[in-house]
Design a protein around this ligand. Structure first.
Ligand SMILES: NC(=O)c1ccc[n+]([C@@H]2O[C@H](COP(=O)([O-])OP(=O)(O)OC[C@H]3O[C@@H](n4cnc5c(N)ncnc54)[C@H](OP(=O)(O)O)[C@@H]3O)[C@@H](O)[C@H]2O)c1
Length: 244
């Protein structure tokens, strides 16, 4: 059992639910972030309470640096420190590049790229003080493949690769690692924003012929969180059923 403190950004989402429940079962103390999804997050409380872990919820729109810095300040006050940051929030707005509005482009970049940068920026001083940290960015196979209609999402998720790599070099001396998990199509959350006929087509293109089990994402996260993974940094871990 771990007594480390984890901040899960986007705990209220589809994958967030699995990450939250499984890390509670593994003994991690949880700072659970949400934006509009408090009602969904509330439904996990019963299964968290089965485990003897501390948990608290924090609301923030990650497009606002003020809301993020206030959230981190409160978490530090409540938990003392933050050992692990999981940058898991994300949105997708699709459209052909020649039709996508600048407004939609900016929203996708703000949540998927600038938000994780700001969360990391404000958590790093806490981790540096503690001389320990694990930062995880949730990316996607989409920029690796090139998927029609996803230019903003692909650009933002590709950007996370550069961000994670840079951070890994900047804080290596502070015993802080930074890694990116690049996901194929997993059976949760955003997948269900894709129309059913396209979802069926996507499944056919996956060499494994099935969507990923979210519990495998959590297993990967648990390995990165563990004390045995200190030599793993600056890496992209591809979990995609053979798609890329
Ligand atoms: N599911 C997949 O197959 C898949 C594949 C590749 C990559 N991913 C990545 O994995 C991560 C989780 O995906 P998911 O499927 O679980 O998505 P999801 O169910 O749609 O959850 C998205 C999460 O992002 C949060 N969020 C959205 N806008 C926000 C904002 N402005 N400020 C703060 N939080 C915001 C949501 O918070 P509220 O609901 O509280 O507003 C929610 O917790 C995302 O980064 C996604 O790109 C998922």
């Amino acid at each position: 059992m771990s007594n480390k403190n984890v901040l899960i950004i986007g705990a209220s989402g589809g994958l967030g639910e699995y990450i939250t429940k499984e890390l509670a079962a593994a003994g991690y103390n949880l700072a659970l972030h949400y934006n509009n999804g408090f009602k969904k997050l509330e439904t996990f409380f019963e299964s968290i309470k089965e485990h003897d872990v501390k948990h608290k919820t924090y609301k923030a729109d990650i497009t606002s640096e003020n809301e993020i810095s206030e959230m981190i300040r409160k978490i530090k006050e409540d938990f003392g420190t933050i050992d692990i940051l999981i940058n898991n929030a994300g949105i997708s707005i699709n459209g052909m590049s020649w039709k996508l509005s600048a407004d939609d482009w900016n929203k996708v970049i703000a949540v998927n790229l600038t938000g994780p940068f700001l969360c990391t920026k404000h958590v790093l001083p806490v981790m540096k003080e503690n001389k320990f940290g694990r930062i995880i960015f949730m990316s996607s196979v989409v920029p690796q493949l090139g998927v029609i209609g996803t230019s903003a999402y692909a650009a933002a998720k590709a950007g996370l690769g550069g961000l994670s790599k840079t951070i890994s070099k900047e804080v290596i001396k502070n015993n802080i690692t930074s890694n990116l998990i690049s996901l194929g199509y997993f059976d949760a959350g955003l997948l269900y924003q894709i129309p059913e006929d396209i979802r069926r087509h996507i499944k056919e293109t996956i060499p494994m012929k099935e969507f990923g089990n979210p519990l495998e994402v959590v297993e990967c996260i648990k390995f990165i969180c563990s004390l045995n993974s200190g030599y793993l940094t600056g890496q992209t871990i591809n979990l995609n059923g053979g798609l890329f």
